[in-house]
Design a protein around this ligand. Structure first.
Ligand code: HEM
Length: 485
């Protein structure tokens, strides 16, 4: 059978004979259920990474009866990610599950022309200029985290890293997205945050479910998920309405919006913008969802790795205490100058990327390397394969920020923010949040420990993003002499 005019190949396609996905090596699959019983949803990233080590960087697996092409070579992954939105999309099941939950249009699930319009609107709010303008508010949130951690240090209490860091990121993203000081760090849980915590793990669970049972009966977790999705939508619509009212009262905000929501409303109200009120609300929710766990977990992994590598921790501390010794006085120039910290962040994201894989779906008949990929095929891009391979990183499991300072290091091998036209729009903000949090911490405190309750290595848990399980941190206030040295 010949391929009906394949789209431009995503990678090498000069092979005279194309293979089919089913001909590739891969784990033995069962009828109907395929390989689903061989993976654990919370550790699916590790299961597939292990298969890639055994069967090679181009392999196949089955989700139920559906075949999945797995690609792990970083050149091929980049080539596939670049071919969006023309040849590949995010899997249609994700959009379907989001729609079932009453999800609004947003840049993460949009495709084609819709995605282009929304991406343009969102990018305007995430350009370095507005993010830099927001910097003083970001530092203000970091100072609240500092006060919270000071109390914990004074009371010799362990800090639940995940809870505190999520409050930090939610406070930052809420301030940037809709100009509200939700202050979960000092005022306690905010309703929005409680809903956020349920939504992404719920969508991830449903995406991997063998049977869409929730369409026929609902478990308590399904009811909670649906309640949270509806509640978040209502909260966000109320925020959009409030923003519209302030823009009516102060029309100058159309030209000089003071937050992302106002900027999006102004863009949506332009003739031919291609976006409407629902899209604005959908993207506010998406910013909250995409900006919370990703950044919080990256900071948690970084602190965990720094604490396990005292020599590296010491170098990071020295750089911070020399160049950015006081959180209240942090400047953007100081953050830019923290090059060793920057390298430590890259290194933490190489070993512990919070998005260790990216599932896609072919929307045209196409070719990947020498494999024929029919329209509708699932393509699973493994992001942590070459990045932990000694061909690219000597001593790959070691946490060595120095490798990122070497000119020779190929930076493309590790892509924690994705690649191509859909690369993460929040990356500049995220890097700034991470640097400010770690600089605040290490300028003021000494880490006594970052560990799990049983003292074992922190497990990786996959629930839309990959988080460390159960990390607690203990701090001591650095004495003045040490902090100044
Ligand atoms: C360390 C923190 C973060 C990491 C590691 C991360 C990682 C990623 C990755 C891997 C993708 C998929 C990219 C692709 O498909 O090629 C993505 C997409 C996205 N991220 Fe992030 N992200 C982070 C923080 C943020 C923040 C702070 C925001 C916003 C507040 C954000 C908003 C988004 C959005 C809206 C998309 C979808 C873009 C599109 O489909 O066009 N992310 N992110």
């Amino acid at each position: 059978m010949s391929l009906p005019s394949p789209e431009p190949a995503t990678s090498v396609s000069s092979a005279p004979v194309l293979r089919q996905i089913k001909d590739l090596p891969g784990p033995r699959a069962w009828p109907i259920i395929g390989n689903l019983l061989q993976v654990t949803p919370q550790r699916i990233h590790q299961d597939v990474e292990q298969w890639c080590r055994r069967f090679g960087p181009l392999m196949r697996m089955y989700f139920g009866p559906r075949q999945v092409l797995v690609v792990a070579d970083h050149h091929t992954v980049h080539a596939v990610l670049r071919e969006r939105p023309g040849s590949f999309r995010r899997p249609s099941i994700t959009a379907k599950i989001s729609a079932e939950l009453g999800g609004l249009p947003n840049v993460f699930i949009a495709e084609g022309a819709d995605w282009r319009n929304q991406r343009r609107m969102v990018m305007a709010g995430f350009a370095p200029k507005p993010i830099r303008a927001y910097f003083p508010s970001l530092v203000n949130v970091a100072l609240r985290l500092q006060r919270r951690w000071q109390t914990a240090a004074d009371q010799h209490r362990p800090i639940d890293l995940s809870t505190d860091l999520k409050r930090y990121t939610v406070d930052i993203i809420a301030g940037l997205a809709f100009g509200q000081d939700v202050n979960t760090l000092e005022a306690g849980d905010n309703v929005i945050q409680q809903h956020l915590d349920r939504i992404l793990p719920g969508i991830a669970r449903r995406s991997l479910s063998i049977v869409p049972y929730w369409r026929y009966f609902k478990l308590p977790q399904d009811r909670r998920l649906e309640h949270s999705s509806a509640a978040l939508r209502n909260e966000v619509y109320a925020l959009v309405e409030q923003a519209r009212q302030s823009m009516q009262a102060n029309p100058g905000l159309r030209d000089k919006p003071s937050n992302l929501l106002q900027a999006m409303i102004a863009a949506a109200d332009q003739p031919d913008s291609g976006v409407d009120n629902d899209t604005v609300a959908g993207n506010v929710s998406t910013m909250l969802l995409a900006g919370e766990d990703t950044t919080a977990n990256t900071i948690a992994w970084l602190l965990y790795l720094l604490n396990r590598n005292p020599h590296t921790l010491q170098k990071t501390v020295m750089e911070i205490r020399q160049l950015a010794p006081d959180c209240a006085g942090f400047t953007l120039e100081q953050m830019d100058a923290l090059v060793y910290l920057d390298a430590a962040v890259q290194e933490a994201m190489r070993l512990k990327p919070v998005g260790p894989f990216m599932p896609l779906e072919a929307i045209v008949d196409t070719v990947i390397e020498d494999v024929r990929v029919p329209k509708g095929s699932l393509v699973w891009c493994v992001m942590r394969h070459d990045s932990v391979d000694e061909k690219h990183f000597p001593n790959p499991q070691a946490f060595e920020p120095e490798r990122w300072l070497a000119q020779a290091q190929d930076k493309q091998v590790s892509s924690p923010f994705g690649s191509g036209p859909r690369t993460c729009p929040g990356r500049y903000l995220a890097l700034l949040e991470i640097k400010v949090a770690v600089a605040m911490l290490l300028s003021r405190f000494e880490i006594s420990s970052v560990d799990t309750a049983d003292g074992q290595e922190a497990q990786e848990l996959m629930a839309f993003v990959m988080s460390p399980v159960g990390l607690r941190m203990r701090l001591k206030t650095a004495d003045a002499a040490t902090a100044a040295s």
